[in-house]
Design a protein around this ligand. Structure first.
Ligand code: XMP
Length: 527
């Protein structure tokens, strides 16, 4: 049985981070709803169990409870925030509403410092800025607190307003933190996880991406048997990694359908085909559907951004449907869903999945037995590591995000074939110039950058002629999560070089502008 840690999800917002921190200790980790049965837990044979935080009060009506049998399994348990309060509550302690809520960076004083807190709070003063040697900064977010610890527990940390910031019954292997060691703001969170996973739980920490790839291939083979598998391949990182993983596992039983909707970046359709098609490195059934005209026809005269998205989504589904019918009965459908796409309900319901191709979802008519989501437990950077492990080219593995509806939402107003060409050319010039500057060490690569075509035409002069042409907008942002973003501070030299090249080389463009708007109030895309 593979060494693993089980995270039981009580609905907290940082649950995915807990799994990530465990995997950073090179130990495999899965997150499951807290309702996972004791039998299933026993089958997984975890070396340790972590209860996550959650929005409830342990004494509230219908508050999620852990199965009391968990405490009898002889497996170490770590409770975090709600998980900590739950442990206290279920084992005979007392939880109440705190007189003062704590939120944010909090100085925690350690009252022990061995075991799970070994090495924490002893570092240089700079960790906390405090004169006290036994303090550390952790992230707090709670209104309830543990007022009394259960019998045989001792308090191992406190804050000025929280008498039990950490408690433990080391003999039984039960540990609880009111704080969130998993978030980045908790300066010594990594040490705490290492202490729990490698120390308390005794894991060896031998899990790496190559073992993930190997074991995933084995389990896919077992599941699929001699069934047929279908994958909608967009050429994006997630679906490409999923497709290659499946192809390694089941070879020609897999068929990948790549719909070229004519809204891809310059030469992208050919690049995807070069990698995955008959001439590529993977021996898989690859179907490229050149549906460009069909999409342009469907988008004719449509200017409203949401309508454009819907049309592209629907058309995609129809094309995919037709191809799937030609292939015949399909047993399994592959989705490149990754962890951030998964909305864990955490409250006993099954997870809700974001539609894979992100242009409106895949058809449910396909007669398949099951959906396979091999990357469901991974973060984007882990998916990238997996892609490299599988031998995918770096330019594909590290490509920036590209929306499913493609250039359809980077052209303001009506989408026409001519406008697609304009934005493709301008975008290609922009990306090539950025690549040069990055290679020359003149700038860092922004997290996302592209050209969009405004719907604005204005008067210009080229040579001795008056022009009345479009303005291209350049966008570049720095962001870590794509939820908020700042306009990137691009070198002036780059902006003027790109501007000149676009004006000189792309027909029907006589102006180039750079978008300085952050998100909010703007969005990253222009649509
Ligand atoms: P916005 O424009 O909302 O975009 O600030 C945030 C991030 O999401 C990407 N984006 C999409 N990605 N399907 C996707 O997979 C879509 O329909 C879609 N729309 C926007 C956008 O490129 C940015 O990275």
């Amino acid at each position: 049985m593979r060494e693993n840690i089980l995270v039981l999800d009580f609905g907290g917002q940082y649950n995915q981070l807990i799994a990530r921190r465990v995997r950073e200790c090179n130990v495999y980790c899965e997150v499951h709803p807290y309702t996972l049965s004791i039998d299933d837990i026993k089958k997984m044979a975890p070396s340790g169990i972590i209860f996550t935080g959650g929005p409830n009060s342990v004494y509230g009506e219908d508050s999620p409870q852990a199965d009391l049998e968990i405490y009898k399994l002889g497996i170490p348990v770590l409770g975090i925030c709600y998980g900590a309060q739950l442990m206290a509550h279920q084992l005979g302690g007392k939880v109440a509403t705190a007189p003062v809520s704590e939120y944010g960076h909090t100085e925690v004083t350690l009252d022990g410092g061995m075991g799970i807190l070994a090495g924490v709070g002893l570092g240089p003063k700079s960790v906390t800025g405090s004169d006290l040697a036994n303090t550390s900064v952790f992230w707090m977010s709670h209104t309830d607190y543990i007022q009394e610890v259960p019998e045989n527990f001792k308090i191992t940390a406190h804050t000025p307003v929280c008498p039990v910031a950490a408690m433990e019954n080391a003999e039984k292997g039960f540990y609880a933190f009111q704080f969130h060691p998993e978030v980045m703001h908790s300066k010594e969170g990594k040490t705490v996880f290492e202490n729990f996973v490698l120390g308390v739980c005794g894991c060896k920490g031998e899990w790496k991406m190559d073992s993930f790839v190997e074991s995933t291939i084995t389990s896919i083979r077992e599941k699929v048997g001699d069934g047929k598998v279908l994958c909608a391949l967009s050429g994006g990182v997630d679906s490409s990694v999923a497709a290659v993983l499946l192809s390694k596992a089941v070879g020609k039983q897999l068929t990948c359908v790549f719909v070229d909707h004519g809204l891809l970046r310059k030469d992208e359709g050919d690049q995807v085909e070069a990698i995955f098609g008959p001439e590529g490195a993977y021996d898989l059934n690859f179907i490229r559907v050149n549906a460009q005209q069909r999409f342009y026809d469907a988008l004719k005269g449509v200017t409203d951004p949401e309508s454009k998205r819907k049309i592209i989504g629907e058309e995609f589904i129809r094309v995919f449907e037709e191809e799937a019918k030609k292939i015949g009965r399909v047993d399994f459908l592959v989705q490149g869903t990754i962890y951030p796409d998964v909305i864990e309900s955490g409250l006993g319901k099954s997870a809700v999945i974001k539609s894979h191709h992100n242009v409106g979802g895949l058809p449910d008519f396909v007669d398949f037995k099951e959906i396979i989501e091999p990357l469901r437990m991974l973060f984007k950077d882990e998916v990238r590591a997996c892609g490299l492990e599988l031998g995918l080219p770096e330019h594909l593995v590290f490509r920036q995000p590209f929306p499913g509806p493609g250039l359809g939402i980077r052209i303001i107003g009506e989408v026409t074939e001519e406008k697609v060409k304009i934005v493709q050319e301008a975008d290609a010039i922009y990306r090539a110039c950025v690549a040069d500057f990055v290679a020359e060490g003149k700038m860092e690569e922004p997290n996302q950058y592209f050209a969009a075509l405004t719907n604005m035409r204005s008067v210009g002069v080229m040579g001795d002629f008056r022009t009345y042409d479009y303005a291209v907008a350049l966008r570049a942002v720095t962001t870590s999560d794509f939820m908020t973003a700042e306009a990137a501070n691009l070198p002036w030299e780059l902006l003027s070089k790109v501007t000149t090249k676009i004006i000189n080389e792309v027909q029907h463009v006589n102006r180039v502008i750079y978008d300085l708007t952050g998100k909010p109030p703007g969005t990253i895309e222009w649509e």
